[in-house]
Design a protein around this ligand. Structure first.
Ligand code: ZN
Ligand code: ZN
Length: 344
């Protein structure tokens, strides 16, 4: 066993480890004190005789290492990479499915939420005005970002342990993918399992006053949801609702780590979208999911707290158990929309 076993392939290590080791060892020498008693040339000599500055040397070395990495990559390819059966994925041979399953959802979260964060104000598509966002939300963006990062740290640790325990061989590139039909079935099963877990735990956190006050109310500090706040939860809630929910879905569906990459990334994008606060034309989630941004917005309103607990995929449990709140999407005179409870 080597320390990178199960994380990155030997080919990737063979390509990049020499480069990392170069900079570590050379960096060690660079950081030493002058040590004039041990030099083969004086420092003055170094200064006078060398006709190229350090910055150019660094650039030159990096260029050489780029070429070197490309050749090493091609060489390993030519020597017959052992690709696993089934459809190739773009991370094939670079990082393991387990690492992708752990980190891709985190990267996807920040990419998708970051995209929403960088949009212009879009006042004509907002579910709440910008002023409302400012007045009603009781936590600054910086705290939200910190909270999300903390949750993702815990999530990555649990995912890592989970994949370690369930990985059949502990080796990269040996688990065989089932057929596409089986994978789609597994994803549907995982969606139902996740919905079921989240509905009951989420609803219980609203019923139990202690849990609501000390745990779940943190998520509801964002009365006006925005994308980056999608996973702004108390760390215990993040663990119980999202992370354990994800683990159970993964285990019951029987999906491989490779299928889990797709499923977890999809779940994350859906959750971010549900909190984006915008009703944009052409949003596919709004077209295909009844449980969408407006649906979840109702739950974030003070008068909607007892309804629309279902998340992240389907409204089934709300409808079966009488917590479904129909709403009307009304155009605001000042621009944008409002999801208004039909009972009002
Ligand atoms: Zn809630
Ligand atoms: Zn929410």
């Amino acid at each position: 066993m080597v320390f990178w076993e199960g994380y990155v392939s030997d080919e990737v290590m063979g390509t990049f480890a020499p480069i990392v080791v170069y900079w570590l060892y050379a960096g060690f020498f660079q950081l030493l004190p002058p040590l004039d008693n041990y030099r083969l040339h004086t420092r003055k000599e170094e200064h006078v005789k060398n006709s190229v500055p350090l910055s150019s040397v660094i650039k030159g070395v990096l260029l050489q290492q780029l070429v070197q990495a490309l050749v090493a990559h091609l060489l390993f390819l030519g020597l017959g990479f052992s690709y696993r059966e089934g459809v190739m994925v773009f991370w094939e041979g670079y990082v393991s499915d387990e690492v992708m399953g752990t980190f891709a959802p985190i990267v996807v979260y920040w990419l998708y939420a970051g995209f929403f964060q960088l949009l212009p104000p879009l006042d004509n598509y907002r579910l709440h005005t910008r002023k409302e966002e400012h007045v009603k939300n009781s936590v600054p963006l910086s705290s939200v970002i910190k909270g999300v990062l903390l949750q993702q740290l815990v999530q990555a640790l649990v995912a890592h342990l989970l994949f370690l325990v369930t990985s059949e061989t502990g080796l990269v590139g040996t688990e065989i993918q089932p057929s596409l039909v089986v994978q789609i079935f597994q994803i549907i099963v995982a969606m139902f399992v996740m919905d079921t877990w989240q509905y009951f735990v989420h609803r219980y956190m609203h019923i139990n006053k202690f849990l609501y006050r000390h745990i779940h109310s943190q998520h509801h500090k964002l009365v006006v949801p925005y994308a980056i706040g999608a996973l702004y939860n108390h760390p215990l809630e993040g663990l119980l609702l999202d992370t354990v929910g994800g683990a159970i879905s993964f285990l019951i569906s029987g999906m491989t780590a490779r299928t889990a990459v797709i499923f977890f990334c999809f779940a994350v994008v859906k959750t971010v979208d549900d909190h984006c606060g915008l009703w944009l034309p052409g949003n596919l989630f709004h077209m295909f999911f009844q449980n969408n941004t407006a649906y979840h917005d109702i739950h974030h309103q003070l008068h909607g707290l007892k309804y629309n607990f279902s998340q992240p995929f389907f409204p089934i449990w709300d409808k079966l158990l009488g917590t479904y709140m129909p709403y009307d999407l009304i155009k605001r005179p000042e621009g944008g929309f409002e999801a208004r409870l039909s009972k009002d």
